[in-house]
Ligand binder design. Structure first.
Ligand SMILES: NC(=O)c1ccc[n+]([C@@H]2O[C@H](COP(=O)([O-])OP(=O)(O)OC[C@H]3O[C@@H](n4cnc5c(N)ncnc54)[C@H](O)[C@@H]3O)[C@@H](O)[C@H]2O)c1
Length: 346
């Protein structure tokens, strides 16, 4: 069988996409694109990718690609994803899906028109702890999940301060759309993606805006956002995300879900990027905790999963539809933060 021909656009985190595809025997990264020529050369040399483009349009016109990864700043997710779909490629787009739900809808429509796949890189679904928890939840161990709290806080962790992450026109928002999007997806995925009815949100930027004026850099997004989401099934989920907050931890990620039969937590260890997962259950009238220890390192990354799904012709996870639902919630949180009123989601 011919190997899946992949192109990767944007070579910051995009370099991990290259590595992810290169770890799949049925995929081959044949082309990369980035506006930054130095980066293009450095990453092209490092991963031995011969065909390099500073123009995505040129890459799509010249390379017969099957799959394209879009890993540029958020503003370009929609136009580049649509261009790649129209060129006949399946697309794995970085999170957040787009700047807004309206853009996300355009991407889904393009995927439908082209009859191609669209996956969003909700990468935290792919760690072992998340996968193990999903299995237990799907086996019914939690019963009905009716409350959750999902957070990602940083004491001071403003990504490349003064750059595109802090500019709303480029990023669509601050830590909520950047970090909160991962924790929100993780909670929703474990909860079975219930349909949201309304949200009540707040967004603040006292710490970052003071830093920005002291340093004379552009910054017009929140540094902390919080929200409560109500779902059609009656469940509620609280979301919190910050790049700068007066908390103890340098980096704190935690998702808790409470169900009628059990509860769970997935959180990071030692303020880093390793995780632990626990279940809190009742068995034979006793409280019973289950902890996932040293899970096997058999994990599939998002790139391997996407290629596998295409090769085996089976559905992939982290769909464009789920990405759209997340964008609808994010739009509503930002709107609610602006008006101070709850926002209903159609
Ligand atoms: N899944 C994750 O955990 C994760 C982690 C980090 C970043 N991300 C996401 O990945 C995306 C990129 O983030 P980053 O940290 O790599 O940013 P970055 O600024 O380091 O890299 C983006 C790259 O895209 C290139 N680029 C910009 N516009 C382009 C265009 N029109 N055509 C071709 N190349 C273009 C830039 O030159 C740059 O090299 C963002 O959407 C971010 O949210 C996801």
């Amino acid at each position: 069988m011919a190997r899946i021909r992949v192109g990767v656009i944007g070579l910051g985190i995009g370099r991990h996409h290259i590595a992810g595809y290169q770890s799949h025997p049925d995929a081959e990264v044949v082309a990369i694109a980035d506006l930054d020529e130095a980066r293009l050369k450095e990453i092209g040399d490092q991963y031995a990718v011969a065909n390099r483009y500073t123009s995505v349009e040129e890459m799509l016109a010249e390379e017969p690609l099957d799959v394209v990864s879009v890993a540029t700043p958020n503003k370009f997710h929609m136009p580049l994803t649509v261009a790649a779909l129209e060129a006949g490629c399946h697309v794995l787009c970085e999170k957040p899906m787009a700047l807004s739900a309206a853009e996300a809808r355009q991407m889904l429509a393009a995927a439908e028109r082209a009859d191609r796949r669209l996956m969003i890189n909700f990468s935290y679904r792919f760690n072992e702890q998340s996968q193990a928890l999903k299995e237990r939840v799907d086996a019914g161990e939690l019963g009905e999940i009716y409350f959750g709290r999902t957070v990602w806080h940083r004491r001071r962790g403003l990504p490349r301060f003064g750059g595109w992450f802090g500019q709303k026109a480029m990023s669509g928002g601050g830590p909520l759309i950047d970090l909160g999007v991962h924790r929100l997806d993780l909670a929703l995925w474990l909860m079975g993606y219930p349909k949201p009815v309304w949200v009540m949100g707040g967004a603040y930027n006292p710490i970052a805006s003071a830093l920005a004026s002291a340093q004379g850099v552009e910054y017009d997004v929140e540094d902390l956002a919080v929200a409560m989401i109500r779902f059609e099934n009656g469940a509620m989920l609280e979301v919190e995300a910050s790049w700068a907050a007066n908390v103890q931890e340098r980096e704190l990620m935690e998702t808790r879900l409470l169900g009628t039969k059990g509860g769970l937590v997935q959180r990071n260890l030692n303020e880093g990027y390793d995780f632990e997962a626990e279940l809190y259950l009742e068995r034979a009238g006793a409280h019973y905790d289950m902890k996932l220890h040293a899970p096997p390192r058999s994990r599939t990354n998002a790139m391997q999963h996407f290629v596998d799904s295409i090769v085996k012709d089976v559905p992939h996870t982290a769909t464009g539809e789920e990405g759209l639902l997340v964008m609808e919630i994010l739009d509503a949180i930002y709107e609610s933060a602006g008006t101070g009123e709850p926002v209903y989601i159609e």
